[in-house]
Design a protein around this ligand. Structure first.
Ligand code: FE2
Ligand code: FE2
Length: 300
């Protein structure tokens, strides 16, 4: 049988960052999300309200939006939120096995703060996944299919790759998804249970994002140059693909009760909508900090 080696950790942190991850750990233990009480489930959902900003609809500002009735617009906003919630479910239920596996691969080498935070991270994502599924059930909203394309492929390959790649992929996805959700759902007029759900989620995700940034920045300063070069080469298209799918997701055509005006396979229309003036404005506003951070790492 092979001897377990006391190897140098593959997930490094500076001394200062180890102390900061300690702070994240204490914050998580002080307040553990409880599924029963995190949201006022018994109050139900007010469907007469919009779950997100009307101007944040994927097709707002196009002739397709203008042609919809008020009821169809309201339904579309709910279905768009269902897609965003579905993306959280598919991503977040894939994280605990990925992160636990990193811990098992390095039985002795892992920094204790990294070990503990990967455990906490996993536990928090399990609760989030259950919260999002309960929300879809309560709202009678559909669970969309898992995201496809480069992202889906990448998710399947991650367990075989360096842990920093998994942490960077997770960071990219949850940071974009968080900025999107908070940008769209926190207005005073938005449906209250939906607004609170994304807010409660955000409190824990802010810590996940802080952890991911520290791990990745350390690796880019200290890791092997050829691995970092490969990451630089491969992440720009993944990030673009992710933004495209968040900006407009063609699966929506399967989920509206009315005939959706844009066919799923109409690539030209999909591309035109993703490039609409309203979508370019929103992407510039909501994703600016990810763009800047990626540029700093040489990924864009
Ligand atoms: Fe989460
Ligand atoms: Fe997270």
């Amino acid at each position: 049988m092979e001897t377990l080696e006391r190897t140098q950790t593959r997930i490094g942190l500076t001394e200062v960052d180890r102390a900061k991850v300690g702070t994240l750990i204490r914050a998580s233990h002080r307040h553990v999300m409880d599924l029963e009480t995190v949201l006022p489930w018994a109050d139900g959902i007010d469907f007469s309200r919009n779950p997100k900003l009307e101007t944040g609809s994927w097709i707002y500002g196009t002739e397709y939006w203008d042609a919809l009735t008020p009821e169809q617009r309201n339904e579309l906003l709910w279905k768009e939120v269902a897609r965003d919630v579905s993306m959280f479910i598919w991503l977040e239920q894939s994280l605990p096995p990925l992160y636990m596996n990193y811990a098992n691969q390095e039985p002795f080498g892992m920094l204790p703060e990294v070990y503990e935070y990967l455990m906490i991270f996993s536990r928090e994502e399990i609760t989030h996944t259950l919260m999002f599924r309960r929300y879809l059930d309560l709202a009678k909203l559909p669970l969309f299919d898992p995201p496809r394309g480069a992202y889906a492929q990448f998710t399947r390959q991650l367990p075989e790759m360096h842990p920093v790649l998994g942490i960077l992929s997770t960071l990219m996805l949850e940071w974009v998804a968080e900025l999107n959700a908070i940008y769209l759902t926190q207005g005073r007029d938005n449906e209250p249970l939906t607004r609170k759900m994304f807010h409660e989620h955000h409190i824990e995700e802010v810590r996940h994002i802080a952890f991911g940034k520290r791990v990745v920045e350390y690796f880019f300063e200290n890791g092997p140059a050829e691995v970092i070069d490969r990451i630089r080469g491969s992440f720009a298209p993944l990030y673009q693909n992710l933004k495209n799918e968040v900006t407009y997701n063609r699966d929506i055509a399967r989920h509206t009760s009315f005939k959706f005006p844009i066919a799923e396979d109409d690539d030209a229309a999909v591309e035109r909508i993703r490039q609409s003036e309203n979508n370019r404005r929103m992407n510039g506003e909501r994703f600016a900090e990810v763009d800047t951070w990626f540029a700093k790492l040489g990924i864009l």
